[in-house]
Design a protein around this ligand. Structure first.
Ligand code: SF4
Length: 72
């Protein structure tokens, strides 16, 4: 679901309209923080699409919250 980059960020591979997956990912993420009201796009309140750590790209978004990966 994610492409991990060397700088510690990650790209969401499901695009901008996979509402169910974006909600599921946020449910499982302790770092979720709701964005300001004008940035809310998903009906599901807890969604990566509504998170202050997502930065939209042409095809999807980047999660800017640092990733702690097992074994690194
Ligand atoms: S955008 Fe990143 S920090 Fe926010 S809920 Fe999704 S995975 Fe977690």
């Amino acid at each position: 679901m994610w492409r991990f980059l060397e700088n510690g960020t990650r790209e969401f591979l499901a695009g901008k309209t996979d509402w169910a997956v974006a909600a599921r990912e946020a449910q499982e993420c302790d770092a979720f923080r709701e964005d300001v009201e004008e940035e809310i796009v998903a009906d599901e309140p807890r969604s990566c699409y509504n998170c202050r750590y997502r930065r939209w790209t042409a095809c999807s978004f980047m999660c800017m919250h640092p990733v702690e990966r097992m074994g690194s």
